[in-house]
Design a binder for this molecule. Structure first.
Ligand SMILES: N[C@@H](CCC(=O)N[C@@H](CS)C(=O)NCC(=O)O)C(=O)O
Length: 224
């Protein structure tokens, strides 16, 4: 494993894109350890010792491993508070910020799985309620202002924006309406565009053919 101060373990065209966008928004120096998932790098013993789930993304900061996108977002946005991506611990917006960070991993992700894989929901006994409930709450959240916390962009927008974009790309969410408008605000950010260019470059490096297939089906590149 690398000994650099801040390293992102990354695979192009995956959910790791969310962490890349976060780092581009923060503007801190980082090392990109990029690999193709087909190499199995993320299942090697040294990687599993840091992230037993064997998934990307994972950030390693001065030897401290931080897997899971929610943990990565909270950790980095607080550590680099000058990046302005997180309300402070005592800020009145902090509870809503945390609610949306967890909403991304605990509710959007499985709710999209319900929709895309045709699971039969039992809303009161499932942690994410239902796909329809997720859409109702997300639509309300993205309709309050430009961003989830109002006029201030935060790390919560990166996680929720990436999750909703993922849902749109795979046909689970409509390509117009409040959610699509919000995703368009997210993807028009300069940091998002930089991250997408990096993702496309890395994807092309490992798998040129897959890249051209993705471009044929997507206007703005595909990440899963
Ligand atoms: N719970 C993880 C999920 C990350 C995830 O699903 N990563 C996928 C990439 S899309 C992965 O690493 N898949 C490879 C594998 O499981 O072998 C997070 O939120 O960070």
């Amino acid at each position: 494993m690398t000994t650099a101060d801040l390293t992102l373990y990354y695979a192009p065209r995956t959910r790791a894109f969310t962490a890349l966008w976060l780092l581009e928004e923060l503007g801190e120096d980082y090392v990109l350890e990029s690999f193709d998932l087909s190499t199995g790098r993320h299942k090697q013993p040294d990687y599993l010792a840091l992230n037993p789930m064997g998934k990307v993304p994972m950030v390693v900061d001065r030897g401290r491993a931080v897997p899971e996108i929610g943990a990565i977002a909270i950790y980095l946005a607080d550590l680099y508070a000058e990046g302005g991506l997180a309300p402070g611990a005592d800020d009145p917006k902090r509870p809503d910020y945390l609610r949306w960070i967890f909403f991304a991993s605990a509710i959007i992700e499985p709710a999209l799985g319900e929709k895309l894989f045709g699971w039969t929901p039992a809303p009161s006994s499932l942690a994410w309620g239902s796909f329809d409930e997720m859409v109702r709450v997300a639509t309300d959240g993205v309709s309050q202002g430009d961003w989830l916390l109002g006029e201030t962009f935060s790390a919560a927008d990166i996680l929720v924006g990436a999750g909703l974009r993922f849902g749109m790309m795979f046909g689970a969410l409509p390509t117009d309406g409040p959610i699509a408008d919000y995703v368009a605000r997210c993807t028009s950010r300069e940091a998002f565009k930089r991250a997408l260019a990096i993702d496309e470059r890395e994807g092309e490096r490992f798998s040129p053919q897959a890249s051209s297939e993705v471009e044929a089906g997507e206007d703005d590149g595909g990440n899963s």
